[in-house]
Design a binder for this molecule. Structure first.
Ligand code: CMP
Length: 148
């Protein structure tokens, strides 16, 4: 029977976090996306303010790890990117690996670069709705260069 699965070109937000930037791993991490066929449609380096970090992670504001998460995300520069490609949202999450690096497979970004659930190297949007909101949080439409 013919394969009727459809694939959609999507965009998703990725953040290389302060631990990985501080360890000089930006290029090595981007390679994981590019070799899987995801393109960088936008990128900028930022040092998040407290207001930005709190707002970006507002969905977690009642979780016990929120304060530590906000402090960590403000602790050094980050690289925010828009990744684009077929099924980019789900594929990005596979490439990143599990949130807790002790559960992430070797060969995933977290499996290879993260040291703990609090310092887990990378963030990626978890759904189409979140991707749209998170991209708009950091990028104007004219800063995103559609590649596919
Ligand atoms: P991230 O994908 O950036 O989304 C929220 C972050 O909170 C997550 O990665 C982790 O770095 C951090 N975090 C810390 N503790 C937890 C936890 N118990 N569950 C989920 N996320 C956690």
């Amino acid at each position: 029977m013919a394969n009727t699965a459809t694939h959609t070109v999507e965009q998703t937000l990725s953040i290389i976090k302060p631990d990985a930037v501080g360890q000089n791993q930006i290029g090595n991490i981007i390679e994981y996306f590019e070799r899987e066929g995801l393109c960088i449609a936008a990128a900028k380096m930022l040092h998040l303010s407290e207001t930005q970090a709190k707002a970006f992670y507002a969905v977690h504001k009642d979780r016990p790890f929120y304060k530590e998460l906000v402090e960590f995300m403000m602790s050094g520069p980050v690289l925010v990117m828009v990744l684009e490609g077929e099924d980019a949202i789900a594929r990005n999450r596979q490439i990143m690996g599990a949130t807790d690096p002790s559960k992430a497979d070797a060969g995933t970004i977290r499996g290879d670069f993260a040291t703990s659930i609090d310092r887990n190297a990378i963030h990626g949007s978890d759904s189409a709705k979140t991707a749209k909101e998170e991209i708009a949080f950091f990028f104007q439409p004219n800063e995103i260069f559609t590649r596919q």
